[in-house]
Design a protein around this ligand. Structure first.
Ligand code: ATP
Ligand code: MG
Length: 396
């Protein structure tokens, strides 16, 4: 790629608390994940330098690249940029040309310049760089400087890895690069909560596989289709996701026919945990993630959560534990799962639910009721026969 045919995208990451080996691992994964997110977008050249990653790509791909990079956890912000030569004599003229390319036909009324000089060998200090470029841009494009409420921020960075002019910082997703924490199994229903719980686990560096329980013929194929679309949505943050589809109908029927009604939901959940644990362990997952939130429904009291979690040896992570429903809905809208989640097809847990579920079941009572059902073999079978599917990220 010649320089003139090259669009630059700058990605910033700011986990300042990272030190030594941790930092190297963080950076390696960040680069790997950015590369994976950009796959299929044509020639790529990624380079690392001073808390930044630089992507050189075809200019017509820069917007698409930018959109995808906003799904890579670990980046605090991303910007389109144009590379310049770090030469004090040509600083102003280079800036004028670069800003012309970045603005296209758009002319903001007001602007400000932010300058940063990380290469201290460059002989002009940051405020002076800002002042000189600000003056040149004002003259050339007839733009007004407004330091408080500028319509457009133009940045200059003079660094040893690259020097460039950028326009506007778009927020990145923050968080930690996927893969820096554990591989975990997300219990993904078609509801609003579990996709959001999965997103939050991804945000703190977990990689996901999903598990869905359905009860054909009582649950419709549309409910499964909905979960597959939710999994596809989550794949945007890790490129590709496995979904294990478990046939829960036999177990659910047995519980429904033989257990006392107030305990039904709790016993469904414990059976799910047991099956999930087997799938999780076969796939080296270190934890099970759910969309449970304290006090939301009868099965989500502290006591019942305890009785449910007792069915597995794995840690149960509940990222939404303290969320109000409104907060979860706001996040679901932001990550693009909400519209799918509210489609009317129900999952198996909305079936055969008693009018008055017990809200405070001690683990011991749950265990005794469960033992009577002799579900051991059925649980092994359901886990062994689960169908594993894979979904790739789909970009607009
Ligand atoms: P969601 O909106 O995620 O369905 P919810 O508020 O409806 O959650 P429950 O239905 O009680 O709550 O489920 C609690 C959690 O149990 C879910 O967030 C999900 O992690 C898991 N879960 C429930 N049903 C299923 C299912 N059919 N398949 C997979 N996981 C499930
Ligand atoms: Mg639900």
């Amino acid at each position: 790629m010649s320089d003139s045919a090259c669009g630059l995208v700058v990605m910033r990451y700011g986990e300042v608390f990272l030190k030594g080996d941790n930092r190297r691992r963080f950076e390696r994964l960040l680069e790997h994940n950015a590369e994976a997110a950009l796959r299929g977008l044509g020639p790529l050249d990624l380079e690392r330098g001073q808390g930044r990653l630089f992507l050189r790509t075809r200019p017509d791909q820069a917007h698409a690249a930018l959109a995808r990079l906003r799904y890579v956890f670990g980046f605090s912000s991303v910007s389109r940029a144009v590379e310049i030569e770090a030469n004090p004599a040509t600083l102003e003229s280079e800036a004028v040309t670069a800003v012309g390319q970045l603005l296209g036909s758009w002319r903001p009324r007001t602007f400000r310049v932010r300058a940063r000089r990380s290469d201290k060998r460059f002989p002009v200090i940051s405020p002076e760089i800002g002042r000189r470029i600000g003056h040149a841009l004002g003259e050339h494009y007839g733009l007004q400087v407004d330091l408080e409420r500028a319509e457009c921020t133009i940045g200059v960075e003079i660094g040893s890895a690259a020097s460039f002019i950028y326009i506007d910082r778009l927020d990145g997703p923050g968080g930690l690069p996927v893969g820096t924490s554990a591989h975990v199994a997300l219990l993904l229903s078609g509801g609003i909560d579990s996709p959001v719980a999965g997103y939050l686990a991804l945000k703190r560096g977990c990689s996901l596989r999903a598990i869905y329980f359905h009860s054909p013929p009582h649950t419709s194929p549309y409910a499964l289709d909905k979960v597959e679309r939710l999994a596809t949505r989550l794949a945007r943050w890790q490129q590709s996701i496995a979904l294990h589809v478990v046939d829960f109908s036999d177990i659910q029927q047995r519980i429904r026919k033989r257990a006392e009604s107030p305990l039904l939901v709790l016993l469904y959940r414990r059976a799910m945990m047991r099956i999930a644990q087997r799938i999780a362990q076969d796939n080296r997952c270190a934890a099970i993630v759910t969309g449970e939130s304290l006090g939301q429904v009868a099965s989500q009291t502290v006591k019942n959560m305890h009785a449910i979690a007792k069915a597995t040896d794995l840690p149960v992570l509940r990222p939404l534990l303290t969320f109000d429903k409104e907060e979860t809905i706001a996040l679901a809208r932001r990550i693009g799962s909400y519209e799918t989640s509210i489609e009317p097809h129900v999952d198996c847990c909305a079936l055969f639910v008693p009018k008055h579920p017990a809200t405070r079941v001690p683990p011991q009572r749950a265990a005794i009721a469960e033992a009577r059902l002799k579900l051991g073999k059925a649980i092994l079978r359901a886990a062994a026969e689960a169908e594993e599917k894979r979904f790739e990220a789909v970009w607009d």
